[in-house]
Design a protein around this ligand. Structure first.
Ligand code: NIG
Ligand code: FE
Length: 418
């Protein structure tokens, strides 16, 4: 039946063109007062209009009382690594003691330790762990979650991870978008000799990608393109194979050190280039000439204790659409709290609140190729909504670390009920 969401103090609509917002467009989240939202039986938004008008037009509709809270589009978290086994809290102290992220990886920690752990788990264990984590994510206002594989690093374990994501998508009311990240690292037993490295690249391009694409297990292919991990040439080779197999492209680009990965993202026309804390001026120019979304992950730099965040202002001023995401993963960003990412967007990346909100909704959707379906509270869009116990949208990034989200809906169906 039709539902009316009434009595909100503000509705953050993000209404506008169904595509990534760049430049000044990113600075208007179209916040409305004294309006409600009508949702049809199929879970799509019918209208955004004054409460009384909606009541008169739909006298028999079910009423959802927003109790003076702020209603927003559900957040679109377009970059996570949510399928993993154990937490890696021991590495936090190692970093505090001065051992860097890549040094921990060289010692067999980091991604490698999550790979060992994931390979020892059953699908049911991974599903149970991820279900709990995704519920926590939804409880903070997120309704769409991109999830990468990448802790399997073998044909069998990568496929098993993607099947876990497919099962979760069937079981949970959230929207999940699967990404194949078989090139998250070079497995430890392929690192010693160049020929072994080549063997793994062949495995990724000639076996994993075709298997993933044939089974329809992923929409995107991603590569950790970083000095010390995958080179630009290797990344180009992998992503070309992915595109030929019908996958869309993402890159972990210039995360820790500059390696001209942003330029590669632009060259390949990737849907998004993610991280970019070490992007160069030339990288910014290259992205500005492309249609690629810059997905920034400020929680990662915060958690790693690194001094330099991505140059978000320069990216926006160059006309590049900026998305924000959590990077939820056991090594560099174990947060389920999307509003905290908005906080970091404002206080660390110097976005306005409106820019951060567009980054977490419309531009997150664009980073997943879904800007025509989700990310806006506007007629025709999916009724993916989040209700917060605040009176003004500027409080969303303000009460940092708190959980103000009361309820979330996907396609008009309740996901999280506070
Ligand atoms: O986005 N950079 C590579 N991947 C993740 C970290 C993964 C891990 O440490 O387990 C990231 O930061
Ligand atoms: Fe990541």
């Amino acid at each position: 039946m039709t539902q009316l969401f009434l009595n909100a103090s503000q509705v953050v609509t993000c209404a506008g063109p169904a595509r990534a917002r760049r430049g000044v467009e990113q600075g208007d989240a179209v916040v409305r007062e004294r309006v409600g939202v009508a949702v049809d039986a199929a879970g799509r938004i019918l209208a955004v209009a004054p409460d009384a008008e909606l009541r008169a037009a739909q006298p028999t509709a079910r009423i959802i009382d927003c109790a003076g809270g702020v209603l927003t589009p559900g957040f679109v978290d377009s970059h996570t690594h949510a399928i993993f086994g154990r937490a890696r809290y021991e590495e936090q102290e190692m970093r505090a003691a001065g051992i860097g992220y890549l040094e921990i990886a060289k010692r067999g920690g980091g991604i490698h330790s999550s790979v060992r752990d994931l390979r020892s788990r059953t699908a049911d264990e991974l599903i149970a762990l991820a279900t709990d984590r995704l519920r926590r994510i939804a409880a903070h206002g997120t309704t769409t979650v991109e999830i990468k594989s990448g802790y399997g690093l073998s044909l069998e374990s990568e496929l098993a991870t993607l099947r876990v994501i497919r099962q979760l998508a069937a079981d949970l009311p959230l929207r999940l978008v699967p990404t194949f990240l078989g090139a998250h690292e070079i497995p430890l037993d392929h690192q010693e000799r160049a020929a072994q490295r080549e063997d793994y690249l062949r495995l990724v391009t000639e076996e994993m990608i075709p298997a993933v694409a044939t089974a329809g297990l992923a929409r995107f292919c991603d590569v950790f393109c970083e000095p010390g991990v995958y080179t630009v040439d290797e990344t180009r080779r992998i992503l070309r194979a992915a595109r030929a197999a019908g996958l869309q492209l993402k890159l972990h680009a210039d995360e820790l050190e500059n390696g001209t990965a942003a330029e590669l993202a632009a060259e390949l026309g990737a849907t998004s280039a993610d991280h970019l804390a070490a992007i160069s001026e030339l990288g910014i120019q290259a992205l500005a000439a492309a249609r690629t979304v810059a997905t920034l992950l400020p929680g990662t730099m915060l958690f790693l204790g690194r001094p330099k965040q991505a140059p978000a202002r320069a990216l926006i001023e160059a006309g590049i659409p900026v998305a924000l995401a959590s990077d939820f993963n056991p090594g560099t960003s174990p947060t389920v709290n999307f509003p905290l990412v908005l906080t970091l967007g404002v206080s660390q990346l110097r976005l306005s609140v409106a820019e951060a909100l567009i980054a977490g909704t419309v531009n997150g959707a664009a980073a997943l190729g879904l800007a025509h379906e989700i990310g806006q509270v506007a007629p025709g869009f999916q009724a993916d909504l989040a209700l917060f116990d605040v009176r003004d949208h500027r409080e969303l990034p303000y009460w940092y670390g708190d959980r103000r989200c009361q309820r979330t809906w996907v396609g008009g169906r309740p996901v999280h009920v506070g």
